[in-house]
Design a protein around this ligand. Structure first.
Ligand code: SAH
Length: 212
């Protein structure tokens, strides 16, 4: 087993330097072994503050982006959170440490199965996995306290916004290509309040039937 302690400490320091202030978010990033979620050939790079390729042309997000999105969700430990785009399962694993239960949706079966096995190996059990088109959300488990979209869309699907509780928060990359922005949406009685967080680059949300 390689020892990543030093790399990990450097990453946490870098994230602090970038303005990630939440102690609970930083400690979640410290506690989930990112090396488990990247291909074995990239283990040496697991704690670089960079996105990395995973299987099927998808990516595991940059730790800074994971931290910013997680922080923006303002989790207290009691929430039910919907994630669209399980990918490697890394963001989902972080969320399980900070909320009551995670519901994660992925359209590519091999990624979903791999992610499920990894979380099981970490003995994480407050999570449900589902194969399907995340743009439809997860109506049977809705409404959610929080929703996190980890693939880019032209415009946040209404079906997702409608599965957010009043008082709930959704974080999503909106817009395509160079104009993509991380948007934080708060649902109020009177409607949706939106705020831009920063520019990002996510792989696209693909709507419709999943290809295996
Ligand atoms: N959260 C992931 C990164 C996700 S990459 C992590 O921590 O590793 C984006 C993922 O969204 C990809 O795995 C892609 O297959 C998935 N995706 C794209 N469109 C989707 C859709 N309509 N429904 C569910 N998942 C989708």
């Amino acid at each position: 087993m390689e020892d990543f302690t030093q790399h990990k400490a450097q990453l946490i320091m870098a994230l602090r330097g970038q303005g990630i202030l939440s102690a609970t978010v930083l400690s979640a990033l410290e506690n989930i072994p990112r090396e488990l979620f990247v291909p074995e050939s990239l283990h040496q790079h697991a704690y670089e503050n960079a996105s990395l390729p995973i299987a099927l042309d998808q990516t595991i997000s940059q730790p800074y982006v994971v931290a910013r999105m997680t922080e923006a969700l303002e989790l207290t430990g009691r929430e039910r959170v919907l994630e669209i785009g399980t990918g490697s399962g890394y963001q989902a694993a972080i969320l399980t440490l900070l909320c009551r239960r995670v519901y994660t949706l992925e359209r590519l079966k091999p990624l979903l199965v791999t992610a499920e096995n990894k979380l099981r190996s970490l003995r994480i059990s407050n999570i449900s996995f589902r194969l399907g088109d995340g743009s439809l959300g997860w109506p049977e488990a809705a409404p959610f306290d929080r929703i996190i979209l980890t693939c880019g869309c032209h415009k946040i699907p209404d079906k997702l916004l409608n599965q957010l509780k009043i008082g709930g928060i959704m974080v999503a990359p909106e817009g395509l290509g160079k104009n993509q922005q991380l948007v934080v949406v708060k649902r109020q009685e009177a409607g949706f309040e939106r705020k831009h967080l920063m520019a990002v680059t996510f792989v696209p949300l693909i709507e419709g039937k999943q290809d295996e």
